[in-house]
Design a protein around this ligand. Sequence first.
Ligand code: AMP
Ligand code: MG
Length: 417
Amino acid sequence: MTRKDKTPMISPDEARALVLEQSFLMDTETVPLYEAVHRFLAQDIVSDVDIPPFDNSAMDGYAVVSSAIRNASKEKPISLPVSGESKAGDEATVVSLQSAVRIMTGAVLPRGADAVVPVEDASESGGMVSFYSPIKPEENIRHAGEDICRGMKVLRKGDRITPAVMGMLASLNFTHVPVYQKAKVAIIATGDELVEPGTTLSHGHIRNSNAYSLFGEVLKYGGKPHYLGIAKDSREDTERLLQEATRCDIIITTGGVSMGEYDFVPEVLRKLGVRIVFETVKMKPGKPCIFGILHTQNAKKLFFGLPGNPVSSLLSFIQFVRPALLSLMGARKIRLPEVHAKLKEKITKKKGRTHFVRGFFSIENGTLFVATTGPQGSGILRSMHEANCLIILPAEREVYEAGDEVTIQLFNHEEVE
Ligand code: AMP
Ligand code: MG
């Protein structure tokens, strides 16, 4: 095939839009709540209960009628008999103007009470409790339904089930949750030079790192990775593994998509009937990047022929496969956050392609700055580890001075030192 038979070069944004246009929704399933973390909800959740279910105390202390201690002061404390105790889990008691009820955090507020005096602001002895200041009505009370009230749409289809959502679902009495199925993602490395970690390396060979980076990415975004191994640089082996991969929803290869003599991926994809949507993207790194679709008897498959260089393959995953994977699994939020930052150093580039420069942002006196991680070769995988963002430099501009404002994409949210 000649160069001009290729699909036209498109921008990364156009490529991402084309991918999302082709993505589809996985079937749904119901899983036990404790297995649901990081999955995506397959339906809106409307509460049929109030949370908390009853008025209760936010403190350990004494439930009172606030007007009963309206005139309390240090000099003239007001003492009331302790008429009872309400601990978490007990049924409701009653309090009158002439009494106080000892109460624990989370216990039902006694009928009649409108405030709770914290234990440290009172002193109890011989069945009496003294108060040294007044208290406003409503102090230290948690009202029924103040978190979630009956009829409220609390969660939306496509929401990620975070630990907080797990807790909310438990409060709402879910033991099982409707979620989208995990997308199965096949990963195939290509290249005669590749050997797996744990085996000896002879001259001219390198270790297969891409399969592992991509395996990690698939897991990170909640997919189910299936690593199928290394395809030798031959049509036959590439076809054998790609054929095997068609049982998955998304199929990823790395390497073998450039213009080299032994780059068989595009040819084999076409032979298998994959319709190529694009195969070059105006970006650096990651220019050769194939996206295609295959309709089998009862399903659609998305194929990504990612470039071989370790940074390029990871970066292309993040830009194109990640959105597809999230979209298949029902995620409502797909875009990575982008913000503006001031460049700390001058960068020059050629016109024509969007650059994704590995960067490190920091906040200094409230201003966001960004520096590059250093050398930007597409084989320098360390740069992806050291970066906490990608500096996106638009295709047409060549020079970026220190102090210029640039867009950064946050792709590595982690704790800071
Ligand atoms: P290719 O596109 O197949 O020519 O690969 C481009 C570059 O990426 C070459 O230097 C390959 O050795 C390297 N490469 C390809 N696949 C992998 C892999 N799985 N792990 C690490 N490097 C790779
Ligand atoms: Mg190769």
